[in-house]
Design a protein around this ligand. Structure first.
Ligand code: ZN
Length: 195
């Protein structure tokens, strides 16, 4: 078994069309990630899923725009991915079923990277989890290219991993192309998968 993990970033109902923080192409990403997993799950020793997992009773460190202000979609956002809501759930049951380790992040704070999160059940960090299983390489897919995918990929690189982002399995809030260029410049492989 090779030591590669697939990280599925924030493929959650609220980030898909119809959700509280809808990202255009989110549903398509969910569908295509299912196809990808069907074909390539054997290539991975582990599938990790991250979820934005905000608290309901506060603005999560200024991450949620206050009711009187418009979100700027840069630092402040509409209320999204609140624990206990349908929006926080994985957007596709088949993806959820494939995930071996569930990482949650953003509990009371504005996390973007999966590496800021912990395993829901045990509180172990994503980095420690990867080390524990001798993972040396990660492929990253999910939402959104220019926020949580990018932040997760850059942190994976900092953690010393070989990192690829599968661009065709991501969707962006605004500047996906700029984010991919930034990732390539940092030393991340950007690859494509077509159905
Ligand atoms: Zn959030």
């Amino acid at each position: 078994m090779n030591k590669k993990a697939l990280i599925v970033v924030d493929v959650q109902n609220d980030f898909c069309e119809g959700g509280a923080l809808s990202v255009t192409g989110g549903r398509e990403v969910a569908k295509n990630v299912v196809s990808y997993i069907d074909r390539f799950s054997e290539d991975y020793s582990m599938v990790i899923g991250t979820r934005d997992f905000h608290e309901a009773n506060n603005d999560n460190g200024g991450h949620f725009a206050t009711p009187s202000a418009e979100p700027d979609f840069i630092d402040t956002w509409p209320v999204h991915c609140v624990q206990g809501t349908e929006g926080v759930e994985c957007a596709d049951a088949r993806i959820r079923k494939t995930i071996d380790r569930h990482i949650v992040k953003g509990m009371g704070r504005p996390d973007y990277s999966g590496f800021q999160g912990v395993i829901e059940e045990t509180g172990v960090s994503l980095e420690d989890t990867l080390r524990l299983f001798d993972i040396i390489e990660v492929d990253i897919v999910g939402i959104a290219t220019d926020y949580c995918v990018k932040a997760t990929a850059l942190d994976a690189l900092t953690a010393g991993l070989k990192v690829s982002v599968i661009a065709s399995l991501t969707a962006a809030v605004s500047d996906g192309e700029g984010a991919l260029i930034e990732m390539v410049a940092a030393g991340i492989n950007v690859v494509h998968f077509e159905n």
